[in-house]
Design a protein around this ligand. Structure first.
Ligand code: NIG
Ligand code: FE
Length: 389
């Protein structure tokens, strides 16, 4: 017996994501899992389970890796419920409301922003998210981007500098100057707190030349590349991301065959964000087309006050299955292992020896129930780093 060990026993269905026997989910029936020092130490059949200091009886329920939400904008103040109501009454989403949130965020105190991120992080954890990426992008001054990332870094290692979210109002007639600011003093202030750099490459935000310049500077400063691309219409973003070796291109709603081919021949993950299509009443991305082409697909919430104010990965899984032609198994994989791939992480998104002991015990016998029972709170218990939360 190992001191401090914890056995999760009587697991009816264990999703490991180990990919064995051609099953990407690596499902094991009647399983058990041993946790030591916050990591998975052993996985096997319940009847072979080793002794441990403590035990959780899963009672025949399904156990999954914690969700990896690889795309979230959590550092903001205020909300845009009125903008949502206007959309549901027929208005189009353009991204123009981002500036409203920038105003509210700049006016907020550090403590208010920290409390707001903490509230959303807690909301996510309750819904099974054990790893989250957090972007800046509602500060858009040197000081406000740096503090957004400083606060984000209190909650996650996967922080992303999104100074190139939109051109702020005070630079509206000189976007080149803003790109210079982002690549110069803003990047210098942000980089100590950031792992990634991201650009909203879209008509009305940043074009391919600006995006390339900003991502090049970010890479030179040691940041990994990710990109918002092809959300509102077709464009160069996805191919630019692939060319620059981005870990992920996100949204991918409007793709040409050339975009799909580029992704299929690359290591870049396509991260789909169905909460955004839901909340902007837009056509969903075609996950089936990407999967059939051999592209690695991730699902994430895009949690933000404008286009997708959900923190729920189970909701995104259900949308992906119902609206995007993913099977439940593909959606669960994309929300766990796919998210890990999008963050280039090998320690999360799977339940195999050596992985971080981040797991969800469902109030259901199978992962299928996440899509089959949409909107139902099925997350019975979450363990983060092996600790029940
Ligand atoms: O990912 N597309 C750009 N950024 C966010 C939306 C931000 C907002 O509307 O506040 C997104 O959808
Ligand atoms: Fe986003």
């Amino acid at each position: 017996m190992t001191r401090g060990s914890l056995l999760v026993d009587h697991i009816g269905e264990l999703v490991t994501n180990d990919g064995r026997d051609g099953d990407p989910l690596g499902v094991r029936r009647d399983a058990a899992l041993l946790i030591e020092d916050g990591q998975v130490a052993w996985v096997g059949s319940a009847r072979d389970a080793p002794a441990a200091d403590r035990r959780i009886d899963a009672g025949g329920a399904a156990v999954l890796p914690g969700f990896v939400d690889s795309h979230a904008h959590l550092v903001f103040a205020g909300d845009r419920a009125a903008e949502f109501a206007a959309r549901m009454a027929g208005e189009r989403y353009t991204g123009g409301g981002i500036r409203t949130t920038v105003g509210a965020t700049r006016a907020a105190s550090d403590d208010a922003l920290r409390a707001s991120v903490g509230r959303l992080r807690t909301e996510m954890l309750r819904q099974g998210t054990t790893t989250v990426e957090i972007k800046s992008g509602y500060g858009l001054t040197v000081a406000d981007e740096a503090r957004s990332l400083r606060i984000a870094a209190e909650f996650t290692d996967d922080t992303t500098f999104l100074g190139a979210h939109v051109v702020p109002a005070e630079y509206a007639d000189r976007p080149d100057d803003y790109v210079g600011l982002v690549c110069g003093p803003m990047l210098a202030a942000a980089a100590p707190y950031a792992r990634w750099i991201d650009v909203f490459c879209e008509r009305g935000a940043f074009d391919a030349d600006h995006a390339r310049a900003i991502l090049d500077c970010g890479q030179a400063a040691g940041l990994g590349v990710r990109l918002h691309a092809n959300q509102l219409g077709p464009g160069p973003g996805v191919r630019l991301g692939v060319e620059l070796g981005a870990a992920s291109v996100d949204h991918c709603t409007h793709l040409t065959d050339a975009d799909v081919d580029a992704l299929a021949g690359s290591e870049t993950v396509a991260t789909l964000l169905p909460g955004a299509e839901f909340s902007t009443r837009s056509p969903y991305p075609d996950a089936r087309r990407l999967l059939d082409a051999g592209v690695t697909v991730a699902l994430a919430t895009d949690c933000n006050p404008g286009s997708s104010y959900t923190s729920s990965m189970p909701f995104c899984v259900a949308l992906a299955v119902r609206e995007m032609r993913m099977t439940p198994a593909e959606a669960v994989w994309a929300a766990t292992a796919g998210g890990a791939a999008a963050l280039r992480r090998t320690d999360v998104g799977r339940l195999t020896p050596g992985a971080r002991a981040d797991l969800i015990i469902l109030d259901a016998p199978s992962h299928l129930h996440l899509a089959y029972r949409p909107g139902v709170p099925l997350i019975r218990q979450v363990l983060h780093n092996g600790v029940p939360r």
